[in-house]
Design a protein around this ligand. Sequence first.
Ligand code: 5RP
Length: 269
Amino acid sequence: MDWGLANRLSRIIRPETGRTVMLAVDHGYFLGPTSGLENARKTITPLLPYADSLMLTRGLLRTSVDPQKAPPIVLRVSGGSSILKELSNEDVTTSIEEAVRLNVAAVTCSIFVGGEYEKQSLMNLSRLVNEATPRGIAVLGVTAVGKEMVRDARYLSLACRIAAELGAHVVKTYFCPDFEKVIESCPVPIVTAGGKKLPEKEALELAHNSIQHGAIGVDMGRNIFQSDSPVGMIRAVRAIVHEKSTVDKAYDLYQSVLHTTANARRNVL
Ligand code: 5RP
C-alpha cells in the first residue's frame, strides 16, 4: 500500500489495537440542526480527546473545530439532498483539492444500493476512489439505508461488497443478525453506525456485538452526542472497542462520568 495512504489509515485505525472509535457528526448535511448538534462546537469540543477520528462536513469543520485540537478528519464530501426529498439523489459536493487543503485522513460518501439514484451514488464513490487514492487519502464508503430497505445480512452484504469492489478502503454499515456473513464477504474492514438514539446500555451492547462479530470499530453519532453524558458514552464505547471491556463495566464507566459531571455542576450552582 502507498505510504501516505497507509499512514493516514493508521491515524484512523489505532495500530495498538487495530480498532477505531470514529465520532460521526455529519448529520446536518441532510438533517439540518440535528438534536444535540444545534451548537456543534459546544457538543464536539469535549469529545475530541476521545475520538480516533471525526466525521463531518467542511462547513462544520471550518466553523466548529479548532485546527490545533482536531483528531484525524474523515470528510463527508457528498450531499445535495435533504430529509424533505429523495435522499439517494446525492452528488460529490467538495473537491479533492479542498480535502487536501483541510489535511483530511479520509473522504466519505454514501451509497444507496437499491435506491432511486443507486448508479449516481455508486459513481460518486468511484470518483472519490479515483481522486483520493492517488493523493494517499483513504475512502470510507457508507452504506445508507432507505426507508424501504431491510437492514438484514443479505442486503448489507450486497451493499458492503459493492462499496469494497468500487475501491472503498473501509466500509461503514449497520450491525444486523448474522453480521459475520457481512464481515466474511467484505474484503475491507467494516465499522458500524450507531443509528437512532437508544438507551445507553443498549447502545453499548450494539458496540460490543459489532466488535465481537468482526467489526474493527464504530462510527457512532447520535448514541454519543444525544446521551445525557456524551463524554461518558464515548469513554464507555472506547473501553469496549480498545480495552475489550464488558458491557457492564463500560456502562459503569458511563454512569460514573455522568454522576461526576452532575455533582460538579451541582457544586458550581
Ligand atoms: C448518514 C451517516 C451518519 O453520519 C451516521 O450514520 C450517523 O451516525 P449514527 O447513526 O451513529 O448517528 O453516515 O448516512
